[in-house]
Ligand binder design. Structure first.
Ligand code: FAD
Ligand code: EPU
Length: 337
């Protein structure tokens, strides 16, 4: 049975750096330890929160139950064909270590997802995405444990209901499962995805287009706009980019010279929430110790000493500004606890 720590500080386990505590904290390292922990939590009659790297979570207060951090590690090759390799990866592995591992071995599919903080176990939860690629494109299966039935479950890719920053784990299975392993299928003949944003521009400085150079390009671009959580607390994009009706885009184009947008289908487009927030006057603004990042309006930051409630408060004010100005209701990407 793994140790249960009492009144455990979570300040280093959430990238907003909020000084909250868990009534209990435990870190099972094997599936057996995980099952023992879950049984014990059930006997204690306390609520449970699964935590990965805490990079997509906003704590608004101390957690009055057990925070469980699945720490099952390991990268195991389970299939090797002439075209691809399938890897089963423990939920507790650091996501970016897996990307580094793949890129070093010439395996393609996740290089554009370089430098995203957090754990492998969380990668299917919101179907992490960046620079034209989403995790769902390489995830073969998700393996986990159902807390209600106390049984092992395997979800095939199509059963995960992946969407933009979305999956079944964020909806009907929220709080009901612990992901223990994820199986990825990585290509031995990678198809490079370089059309997004400044990637081609960045690659041109490096010479040949290789997995290693794509990884470097993505890291350079990310470092130039996203704040480092070790220096300025944040959880990446706070809201999702809204998908709106084409009519709204036509309406906006009458009022603004340039409206960035990405087509979804005949009727709908995605408009960057960062643009909507910037146009609403929030970029670089600060309310107390919480603020909006000066280079990226979609990122809310803790300038030091903010509380989760302060951050939630600025988020709500931004949401109503954008709603009043554009009639668009922003949806949070970050998980509020
Ligand atoms: P946590 O924040 O610990 O948890 C997130 C949610 O998943 C919680 O609801 C938690 O209960 C649940 N969960 C975690 N692990 C498990 C598990 N094993 N079983 C069941 N439930 C679990 N995201 C992107 O998609 N693209 C980006 O480009 C991106 N950039 C970012 C940049 C920065 C600077 C930061 C701070 C964040 C960024 N994010 C991005 C958000 C974040 O990195 C991802 O959402 C990441 O997958 C979160 O992983 P985590 O382990 O920290 O999850
Ligand atoms: N923009 C502004 N002002 C800003 C920020 C952005 O006008 O302050 C506009 C610009 O037109 C810019 C466009 O928004 O061209 C897109 O900005 P960016 O390329 O920085 O991407 P994003 O839409 O803000 C999304 C993801 C990021 C991901 C990047 C790269 C969401 C919610 N966010 O951000 O993911 O890294 O694209 O693919 O989809 C995260 O989920 O936490 C995250 C960081």
């Amino acid at each position: 049975m793994p140790e249960f720590f009492n009144d455990y500080p979570l300040n280093k386990l959430n990238t907003f750096g909020l000084p909250v505590k868990a009534k209990y904290f435990t870190k099972p390292k094997t599936e057996e330890e995980l099952i023992d922990s879950i049984n014990r939590i059930k006997q204690m009659g306390l609520p449970m929160l699964v935590l990965g790297g805490g990079s997509n979570i906003l704590f608004t207060r101390d957690y009055a139950g057990v925070v469980l951090q699945p720490s099952i590690t390991g990268i195991e090759e389970i299939e090797n064909t002439s075209d691809y390799i399938a890897l089963s990866v423990g939920a507790g592995e650091v996501w970016d270590n897996l990307v580094e591992y793949a890129v070093q071995r010439g395996l393609g599919g996740i290089e554009n997802l370089s430098n995203i903080p957090g754990s492998v176990g969380a990668s299917p939860i919101q179907n992490i995405g960046a620079y034209g690629v989403e995790a769902k494109e390489t995830i073969l299966q998700v393996m986990g444990f159902n807390l209600e039935t106390m049984s092992r479950v395997v979800w095939k890719n199509e059963e995960c209901q992946f969407g933009y920053r979305d999956s079944i784990f964020k909806r009907e299975l929220k709080g009901k499962v612990v992901i223990t392993n994820v199986i990825y299928r990585l290509s031995k003949h990678p198809k490079f995805v370089t059309h997004y944003g400044n990637i081609e521009h960045e690659l041109a400085k490096m010479g040949e287009t290789t997995l290693i150079n794509i990884r470097k390009a993505v890291i350079n671009i990310r470092n130039s706009k996203l704040p480092d959580p070790n220096k300025l607390g944040n959880a990446g994009s706070f809201f999702k980019n809204p998908i709106v009706h084409m009519d709204l885009l036509h309406e906006l184009k009458k009022r603004y010279d340039r409206v960035p947008s990405y087509p979804i289908d005949d009727k709908s487009v995605k408009i960057p929430a960062g643009w909507l927030i910037e146009q609403s006057g929030w970029k670089g603004k600060r309310l107390g110790n919480a603020g909006v990042h000066e280079n990226q309006a979609l990122v809310l930051v803790n300038h030091g000493g903010a509380t989760g409630v302060e951050i939630l408060n600025i988020a709500e004010q931004i949401r109503s500004s954008v709603q009043n100005r554009f009639n668009v209701m922003l949806e949070m990407e970050v998980n509020v606890v």
